[in-house]
Ligand binder design. Structure first.
Ligand SMILES: NC(=O)c1ccc[n+]([C@@H]2O[C@H](COP(=O)([O-])OP(=O)(O)OC[C@H]3O[C@@H](n4cnc5c(N)ncnc54)[C@H](OP(=O)(O)O)[C@@H]3O)[C@@H](O)[C@H]2O)c1
Length: 305
């Protein structure tokens, strides 16, 4: 089958630094045609268009929308925000991709899925949906590449630790003594873009992605301190207190439940993982915590000179 259509990127609007949006930029930089799917026509859509993407608006939970946006594309990145309809969207995408006949479907998942089985799932509704979504994609017979990153520096550590680091120079999380190896979405996006640019050697593979070091939160706090040139400490707060704080933020229940489970798994040492997917696929090692915080000093309250 000819492979000359645009590459479809779902969830392309995102926040600055989100995976779909970053992948769109990386593929355009390589001179590849990109169809960027967004949910709404807004400033983010306009920015994508100005960068050279063909922007299409649609809902990943609407089969007819998904058919319209996938038609004409041979390579697809499927990812969207953590949300209650994730499994439905995954199966809708798989159904449409089979109908249209795509040559590569790159599916965003999570590293926790590597440890899951019928007898051993997790209480996170998102993690279960990723696990089931991967099962459905395997049954589909589609040419799939699975991306399983660990927790994101951008999507978790930046929003959830920057207020307390800014105000009190403290990372306040209920992670106990558990070790973690967060990865930047810049690295995740580099992996996805590399695979989409030339999917052939990657089809059927699963890539686990972590940062370069698995360490406890005191170690993470030391990296923050080095990046900001001021002392940042870790405070292990009670899980109930953290959950109350998340509820005050008004996050959807699905997301809160997912985050609470992530913290539980962190405390239990389940995020103490190391994987070399970033370097294996892109040829460059993954960014560490210090480098990431150095790139975002203002969000964390500034770097002391
Ligand atoms: N955060 C982490 O630590 C972490 C770790 C490992 C894996 N992951 C996985 O990474 C993925 C999230 O990646 P991300 O942070 O780059 O995504 P994101 O920025 O949270 O979401 C991408 C886009 O999905 C769009 N979207 C949501 N529902 C949609 C729908 N029904 N139809 C069309 N578009 C829809 C959103 O549109 P709007 O902006 O218009 O709402 C958003 O722009 C999830 O699969 C998550 O499980 C996350």
């Amino acid at each position: 089958m000819a492979d000359n259509g645009p590459i479809l990127i779902t969830g392309a609007a995102g926040q600055l630094g989100a995976v779909g949006r970053t992948v769109t930029g990386l593929l355009l930089d390589r001179g590849l045609p990109v169809r960027a799917m967004v949910r709404h026509e807004d400033d983010r859509a306009e920015t994508l268009r100005a960068a050279g993407a063909e922007v299409v608006v649609g809902d990943l939970l609407e089969p007819a929308d998904v058919y319209r946006v996938v038609s004409g594309c041979r390579r697809v990145y499927f990812g969207m925000s953590v949300s209650a309809g994730y499994l439905e969207a995954t199966v809708t995408m798989a159904t449409v991709a089979r109908e249209v006949g795509v040559n590569a479907l790159v599916n965003m998942s999570q590293m926790t899925v590597s440890q899951m089985s019928i007898q051993n799932t997790t209480p996170s509704p998102q993690q279960r949906q990723h696990w089931l979504g991967e099962q459905a994609l395997a049954w589909s017979g589609l040419p799939v590449v699975i991306i399983r990153p660990t927790v994101f520096l951008d999507g978790f550590f930046l929003p959830l630790t920057s207020p307390s680091v800014r105000d009190r120079s403290r990372i306040e999380l209920p992670f106990g003594r558990g070790k973690t190896s967060p990865v930047s979405t810049a690295d995740v996006a580099r992996v996805v873009a590399t695979v989409l640019a030339e999917p052939g050697p990657h089809l059927g593979r699963i890539y686990e992605l972590t940062g370069p070091r698995s360490q406890d939160m005191d170690g993470v706090a030391r990296e923050y301190s080095e990046a900001l040139n001021r002392e940042v400490t870790y405070v292990d707060i009670p899980p109930e207190e953290w959950e109350q704080g998340l509820k005050k933020l008004g996050l959807p229940e699905h997301l809160t439940h997912h985050l609470v489970t992530m913290a539980e798994l962190n405390r239990a040492g389940r995020y103490d993982r190391m994987a070399d997917g970033v370097e294996r696929v892109t040829g460059r090692p993954a960014m560490g915590v210090r480098e990431f915080v150095s790139l975002h000093p203002d969000e964390f309250g500034g770097r002391r000179s």
